[in-house]
Design a protein. Structure first.
Length: 259
């Protein structure tokens, strides 16, 4: 993994505070998703449970990243310098290996498609997600630009496949969804495309030589944290509102009683 250079107090604090914010966002989202299960019909509760698991797993890993970040630097005269303890950014890939497939599960679950369609979708998407994360990690830890480009290209194949399948399948499902939920599902689809687009762009920054290694690392930590909040907390909130809208459409009496 790329070595860390001297960071200014502002750079160090920016990442420190962003990681702290992300832990809080993931923890609060976890509580919200678990406590909100009773406000939707039983058939949609698994989607909220998975949403809560995604943010719970992310909250734990961001806590580990936070601890690693604070341990990797000591304050010196010139700023924050490496303490000799390496910063373990691999926690992110461990997190993504677990949460990215679960993100796909929660989105498919709230659509409540037929069992055969759901099974087919999840089989394809989960395999592609594991391949995407697995192929990206060797490039992330490589200091060689050529190797990074190679693994980035290989990882982009399942990445683009996931986005293609989601776009096509979500478009197909819109006509089978209640009218009150269609706009939310369309917005959730756009949220996935926008938030996920950041990851391959951020991966390329070291290969493009944009900034000093220290500033690149700061930018990556901030960018990945924001993207994770949007992709995990944001999508989970959309899943909740989709489940609420569909519950109200299918059983107005239940929706009124659950307020």
């Amino acid at each position: 993994m790329e070595s860390l250079q001297i960071l200014s107090p502002g750079q160090y604090s920016l990442v420190y505070n962003m990681l702290s914010l992300t832990i809080a966002a993931m923890g609060a989202s976890t509580a919200f998703f678990f406590l909100s299960r009773g406000s939707v019909l039983p058939k949609y509760r698994p989607a909220l449970v998975v949403s809560g698991l995604v943010t719970l797993i992310a909250c734990y890993h961001y806590f580990r990243i936070f601890i690693s970040w604070t341990g990797a630097f000591d304050l010196g005269e010139a700023g924050y310098v490496a303490s000799g303890e390496p910063f373990n950014d691999a926690y992110r890939y461990v997190d993504w290996l677990l949460t990215v497939p679960l993100l796909l599960v929660e989105l498919v679950a709230v659509l409540a498609l037929s069992k055969s369609v759901t099974r087919s979708l999840l089989n394809r998407l989960i395999i592609a997600a594991v391949l995407m994360i697995g192929l990206g990690y060797p490039g992330e830890i490589s200091a060689d630009s050529g190797s990074r480009w190679l693994w980035w290209t290989l990882s982009m194949i399942p990445f683009l496949y996931i986005l293609y399948v989601l776009w096509i399948e979500l478009s197909k499902s819109l006509d089978r969804q209640p009218e009150s939920a269609r706009g939310l599902i369309s917005a959730a689809r756009s949220l996935i495309l926008v938030s996920w687009a950041f990851y391959p762009i951020a991966f390329m920054l070291p290969m493009l030589g944009l900034g000093a290694p220290g500033s690149i690392n700061v930018g990556l930590q901030i960018g990945y944290s924001i993207a994770d909040i949007v992709a995990k907390c944001g999508l989970g909130i959309y899943v909740y509102f989709i489940a609420r809208a569909k519950s109200a459409e299918e059983d107005p009496a239940y929706a009124s009683a659950s307020h």
